[in-house]
Design a protein around this ligand. Structure first.
Ligand code: FES
Length: 369
């Protein structure tokens, strides 16, 4: 038995016992070393989910919590939490000699991964045959019980009415009606911690942003997004949503996986004061980075400007404006024309070009000689 062991000196016990949990790498084996109740234990430092560094996690009772998406493994047995015991990470034997801690790199128990059923969102995006599909997303915030008039939403509804009249399928999502969490910065932990479908969607089954993901990635050919201008920027709900869309873009960095392909986006921007071009600039830049195509003149907008800020008048103006109604219809026409062209040419389904941050794979830190 003795010659089957693969013992390695980890260092002095006095030093190693100073941290309750630490990630250690010995000969390319990643180990989570735990010191609890005056005892050491060693389990794999690689999480069963998508490889998070367990040794950077925290202890919660008898369990080590993965820092990426919070899977838990018993600090001694490496087994998942109650109900998931079969989902196990390797464990390692330890011994002490002359004040030093040693680990046997041949695991006592091997890894056992229990596959979790994939979410429907994880399926490969493939356009189902049928009429053009136009999704509208309104980012306006208001009281659900006592709604008010939203000028951007009025124009969005006009766009969708027009799309329907042309024989397209339409779907309207109002972000204010969805309960969804803020992005919690998984990408800031590690590019590989920001996963698709979104980490929060996988962790929290009550989170309703899956409806937006479904429309954006799978259902819609055309996205028409409407926002009010709030202090010179798009609505707070717009930003809450876009931060959660990082997982779509990050797939390019981590998996060469372009989820948005052959899709078109157009924008509707209205506000009592000006700053249309700045809001439009953000929207065009962001959705281009997701992979959307923009038609010529990709946005329509309305603002009465700094010296004309009069909200009651502003609402009345938009409700009665033939020009804005026509502009909302023409925006859909431009988007649809480009979309039909993209669908008919059926661009290849592999990522050919990389750009910006996505020019580099997650493993590459720089491209200097
Ligand atoms: S990688 Fe550990 S929970 Fe996701």
């Amino acid at each position: 038995m003795a010659d089957q062991n693969n013992w390695h000196d980890l260092g002095s016990i006095a030093k190693l016992s100073q941290k309750p949990v630490q990630q250690i790498e010995v000969q390319q084996t990643k180990i989570a070393l735990i010191f609890k109740d005056s005892q050491f234990s060693a389990i794999s430092g690689v999480c069963n989910h998508v490889g998070g560094p367990l040794g950077n996690g925290i202890l919660e009772g008898e369990y080590l919590v993965c820092p990426w998406h919070y899977y838990k493994f018993h600090w001694k047995t490496g087994e998942g939490e109650p109900g998931f015991e079969a989902d196990r990470v390797p464990t390692y034997a330890l011994k002490t000699e002359a004040g030093h801690l040693w680990v046997d790199l041949n695991p006592l128990k091997t890894r056992n991964k229990i596959p979790h059923p994939p979410l429907a969102l994880a399926r490969k995006p493939e356009r189902a045959p049928g009429p053009l599909r136009v999704a509208g997303i309104s980012t306006t915030v208001m009281d659900l019980k006592y709604p008010r008039v939203s000028t951007s939403e009025l124009l969005l509804e006009e766009s969708l009415r027009h799309a329907k009249a042309k024989g397209f399928d339409t779907h309207l999502l109002k972000l204010r009606e969805l309960k969804f969490r803020h992005c919690e910065g998984f990408y800031s932990k590690d590019a590989h911690a920001c996963i698709w479908p979104c980490s929060i969607t996988q962790i929290d089954e009550t989170d309703q942003l899956d409806q937006v993901y479904e429309d954006l990635v799978h259902w819609a050919d055309v996205l028409v997004l409407a926002t009010p201008i709030r202090w010179g920027s798009a609505s707070s709900l717009y930003y809450k949503m876009t931060e959660r869309l990082n997982c779509i873009q990050n797939q390019i960095t981590t998996h060469n996986n372009q989820l948005i392909r052959n899709k078109v986006a157009g924008f509707i921007i209205t506000g009592g004061q000006d700053n249309v071009q700045s809001v439009a600039g953000h929207m065009m830049g962001f959705f281009s980075e997701l992979g959307y195509h923009l038609p010529p003149f990709p946005y329509i907008a309305h603002s009465l400007g700094w010296s004309m800020e009069n909200m009651a008048h502003n609402v009345h103006y938009v409700q009665r404006s033939h020009a804005l109604k026509e502009a909302a219809q023409e925006l859909v026409d431009r988007c649809a024309e480009l979309s039909e062209h993209l669908i008919s040419t059926n661009a290849p389904n592999t990522l050919i070009h990389r750009a910006g941050r996505k020019a580099y794979k997650a493993e590459r830190h720089h491209d200097l000689e």
